[in-house]
Write a protein that binds this ligand. Structure first.
Ligand code: AMP
Ligand code: ZN
Length: 488
């Protein structure tokens, strides 16, 4: 039985909702105190928006909950830098190719990688600003073409793959349990959440069959069956297997991954290994604005810097996310995020007055543990924190020790200095940046001063084109260099 430590010998069981069984199950690891977890990462064809970031804050709270329970977590977050078709189906344009066209770059694999790397750096900066713990590795799909080709070769050998004029396909009819996760987008599907566009392809044996490899004689990688690029699903399966093995504990993603991407992943992996691929499939719900999912195609893709421009810290956004259960839709409003910031600052101010040297309040730890172990009920855990803050029977020193303990899961930066401190990475002083960047930053400050957000946005893009980002800290703008991103 796994769970957080109540007394030295007693543990509460940890229950997690498994999309595979559609129930909350007691979590059991495959191997002792080690958890292997794969998180479907972004397709790096554009900036991440606050909707995308919800998926990674969810995975981070899951990881922190497991760590709080005394487990060590080996987490992989992939970076899809090739092969994700715009409609999640097998036809149409590839998102990365579209991005190269959008940015007026020549269509070459090196350009695609460079473009992917620049958005990957920005994505990782956003994760750090949100206090998301860094994974074991961020594997890039373009760096694992060999593994994907080997996986497809195994599928061929075992009779699960066939060739058509435009690519290699998985033969779903050969895999009778295809679709184990069901077809739902989650408990509360949104009207705007489309399934992949199914285009009848007469060469497919079954319309559910999906591309493992698409031929492309001009822009592609060499493969035994023809030049081209891998399908999005095989990328995740090949990289998950490489870093975590044929069977591992947890796979996370957004509810939009259930119907196709994850059903396809299970089929590919289990067809090759003959073993259960993943024990617990967990999916985070969407965040919406006025009832519509946040998304690039919806035209409401707010980015983290836009929160900072309105003096909302990334940590306040994290707090807002923690106030909703990961399986519930959350509607974003400026009032809600400003309210979250006010609440968090209040808790921070109270915390700052508490002296060190206390002990964890057992009763509160039990309440907290009961909440998080009930399928990550973080909203209840936040309520427990407020109850503790207001409880006069607990000494201020004990309150401090208890909140620091809870913050191992919340990740709100209690005890790490100011909130903005915890969100800084690779800070560059204004005097260290090229003069043209410095003057763009100053111009942007003026635009913000006169609340000209559109101009401030445009200036930010110009700054980013020069290889820098700007963070709006309370003490003024802080410039980050983005060209030296994390190399996984
Ligand atoms: P993508 O880069 O499009 O593959 O998306 C990356 C992640 O963001 C996926 O896990 C999606 O499920 C998630 N995602 C996209 N839009 C939203 C949203 N509005 N709310 C929550 N998660 C989202
Ligand atoms: Zn994936």
């Amino acid at each position: 039985m796994l769970g957080f430590l109540k007394k030295s010998t007693e543990r509460l069981p940890l229950f997690l909702y498994n999309t595979l069984s559609k129930t909350k199950e007691e979590f059991k690891t495959i191997s002792g105190k080690k958890v292997k977890m794969y998180t479907c990462g972004p397709t790096v064809y554009d900036y991440a928006h606050i909707g995308n970031l919800r998926a990674y804050v969810f995975a981070d709270t899951l990881r922190r909950t497991l760590e709080y329970a005394g487990l060590s977590v080996k987490q992989v977050i992939n970076i899809t830098d090739v092969g994700h078709l715009a409609q999640d189906s097998d036809d149409g344009e590839d998102k990365m190719t579209n991005a190269l066209k959008r940015e007026g770059k020549e269509l070459t694999i090196p350009n695609m990688k460079l473009l992917g790397e620049s958005y990957t750096s920005l994505f990782i900066e956003d994760l750090k600003a949100l206090n998301v713990e860094m994974p074991f590795v961020f594997p890039r799909a373009t760096a694992h073409i060999h593994e994907q080709i080997a996986f497809i070769s195994s599928l061929f050998q075992k009779g699960y793959a066939y060739k058509t004029s435009d690519g290699i396909y998985f033969d779903t009819a050969k895999f009778p349990s295809y679709g184990a996760l069901g077809v739902s987008d989650g408990g509360q599907a949104l009207p705007s959440l489309g399934q992949a566009r199914i285009v009848a392809n007469p060469e497919k044996h079954d319309q559910r069959d999906f591309a493992l490899w698409k031929f492309d004689s001009s822009l592609g990688f060499e493969a035994p069956w023809g030049k081209g690029f891998p399908g999005w699903h095989i990328e995740c399966t090949a990289m998950a297997t490489k870093y975590l093995g044929k069977s591992f504990d947890i796979h996370t993603g957004g509810v939009d991954h259930i119907a196709i991407h994850h059903n396809n992943e299970i089929a590919q992996a289990e067809a090759v290994s003959g073993k259960r691929f993943v024990n617990y499939w967990m999916h985070g719900e969407f965040i919406t604005i006025e009832g519509k999912r946040i998304g690039k195609s919806e035209g409401n893709a707010i980015r983290l810097y836009q929160l900072r421009e309105r003096n909302v810290s990334p940590t306040a956004y994290r707090y807002l996310l923690l106030t909703a259960h990961y399986r519930s839709l959350l509607n974003f409003t400026w009032e809600a995020v400003l309210g979250a910031q006010t609440a968090l600052q209040r808790a921070q101010r109270m915390f700052a007055d508490f002296p060190a040297g206390g002990h964890i309040a057992t009763l509160y730890r039990t309440k907290f543990g009961t909440a998080i172990n009930d399928d990550l009920n973080i909203p209840i855990a936040i309520a427990v924190m407020w109850e503790l803050l207001k409880d006069d029977s607990v000494t201020p020193a004990d309150k401090r020790a208890t909140i620091l303990d809870f913050d191992r899961v919340f990740g709100l930066g209690f005890g790490t200095g100011s909130l903005s401190e915890s969100s800084k990475v690779s800070v560059t002083a204004l005097s260290d940046v090229p003069t043209e960047v410095a003057s763009l930053v100053k111009e942007r400050e003026e635009a913000r001063g006169s609340k000209d957000w559109a101009r401030a946005d445009a200036l930010r893009l110009s700054i980013e084109e020069q290889g820098f980002t700007v963070e709006d800290a309370p003490e003024g703008p802080i410039v980050h260099k983005t060209s030296e991103g994390f190399k996984g």
